[in-house]
Design a protein around this ligand. Structure first.
Ligand code: NAI
Length: 400
């Protein structure tokens, strides 16, 4: 079969395995050629390792100077009669192949990170096959649902505001158009559910269970990712349900920080840049901001993707030759500093004021946005033969 991109709304329904392989190689090449992660961790658990920031974290830590062995947990679908499976499925496989070729351990667990079984499997693996301890836990899950660990009932997150409803244009990738959408005001129940799904409760639970099982090394660190953005996006993010969940995540980091201090460890939230990922294209009315931001940051030479962000996080902020973690007064690691640069934001605001459903392809960096989305799914990458005939049998033979 010849694999072509299939997009429904803002969701990719196909992925190109060899494109994913190429994307992994490109990210490895980038971190090999840039400043190294010094005094980095050696044994890392990454929750949400198959795409976006989690995958970039894994690549940066394995290939960007620290030579870390990694365990990656993700929720992905493999090939079947119904389809080729998800990009993250192939990212896991090709990352492992590259890491093993370098002599590193790269274990993939594919399943539900919220479940008790996944915690047991990971702990068992750390104890018996991974040297007994981890010295960094990266928490990079992004999802819309989480089961209540006590009842199994599902909490569903809602991407809504907590103030007045907001109406604005959003890109529909399938139809290559901009459509007006209204982000409604969340109910208290929706705010609560979003905190449960995207806040820090599950992160705390993971750290507690790992600590109880005595698989956290002395001095172990943990980091989770957040977003703040400029005031213009506050109604849909920072002051919306997602922002409330991120406030919960931040409070959870403070709690974990105190807890881990007793064993020389530490917990942080790193505030990252707005980027195109499977999760972020879902946020209504956010895409015009990204189109403007990418255009301005590319022109200023400050644009970064997930891999550049994560290499900067691990080589300059969380680990460095002075062994000091660089944080702001709220104890947050800021790698959104270039995004929030005042001059950048002034230019972004001017551009956003011009963007309309008629001109967004020219005024904003639409091509860059679409390209990033395609590349997430293994398409639009140089050096890949997209006419290659790929058999399902060959894909089924690839194991995570
Ligand atoms: P993503 O969608 O690319 O990655 C999410 C990861 O979570 C994938 O590996 C997926 O398999 C895994 N996952 C989801 N549900 C799971 C489950 N039940 N069990 C196991 N694994 C599961 O998302 P992205 O954008 O990399 O997000 C990661 C974090 O970064 C999130 O906390 C997000 O809020 C944050 N962030 C994202 C920004 C962006 O612009 N994309 C900006 C700043 C922060």
């Amino acid at each position: 079969m010849i694999i072509k991109p299939i997009v429904k709304g803002v969701v990719a329904r196909s992925a190109h395995p060899y494109g994913c392989q190429q994307s992994i190689k490109n990210q490895i090449d980038y971190v090999r050629a840039t400043s190294k992660v010094l005094n980095g961790p050696k044994k890392v658990l990454i929750l949400g390792a198959s795409s976006g920031f989690g995958l970039a974290s894994r690549i940066a830590l394995a290939f960007g100077g620290a030579n870390a062995d990694t365990i990656g947990v993700s929720f992905e679908r493999g090939p079947s009669e119904k389809g080729v499976g998800t990009a993250g499925w192939y990212n896991n496989i090709y990352f492992r192949q590259q890491a093993e070729a370098k002599g590193l351990i790269a274990k993939n667990f594919v399943g539900d990170a919220f479940s008790a079984q996944m915690r047991e499997q990971v702990i068992d693996y750390i104890k018996h096959n991974f040297g007994g301890k981890v010295d960094l836990v990266v928490y990079s899950l992004a999802t819309g649902v989480r089961p209540n660990p006590e009842t199994g009932e599902l909490w569903r997150s809602a991407i809504k505001t907590t103030g007045e409803a907001v109406t604005g244009p959003t890109i529909n990738i399938e139809t290559e158009s901009m459509q007006q959408m209204t982000v409604e005001t969340a109910t208290e129940q929706e705010i609560y559910a979003t905190e449960k799904v995207m806040g820090g409760e599950d992160w705390i639970s993971w750290i507690n269970i790992l600590e109880d099982a005595k698989v956290l090394a002395y001095g172990c660190k943990t980091v989770a990712y957040s977003y703040i953005g400029p005031k213009a996006t506050y109604p849909i993010y920072h002051k919306g349900t997602l922002g409330r969940a991120k406030a919960h995540l931040q409070a959870s980091a403070d709690q974990l920080h105190q807890q881990l201090a007793t064993m020389g460890g530490a917990a942080y939230v790193s505030v990252c840049k707005a980027l195109v990922t499977k999760a972020s294209v879902f946020i209504p009315t956010f895409s015009p901001y990204m189109l403007a931001l990418f255009k301005v940051m590319k022109a200023r030479g400050t644009h970064e993707g997930c891999i550049e962000q994560m290499q900067r996080l691990f080589s300059q902020r969380l680990y460095n030759d002075e062994n000091t973690v660089v944080v702001d007064p709220q104890r947050l690691i800021r790698i959104d500093d270039w995004e929030l640069d005042p001059q950048t934001q002034q230019e972004v605001a001017a551009l956003m004021a011009q963007i309309t459903p008629e001109n967004f392809k020219e005024v904003g960096d639409y091509q860059g946005y679409i390209n990033d989305f395609m590349q997430l799914n293994g398409f639009a990458l140089a050096g890949v033969d997209y006419q290659a005939d790929i058999s399902l049998g060959e894909l089924l033979a690839l194991k995570p």
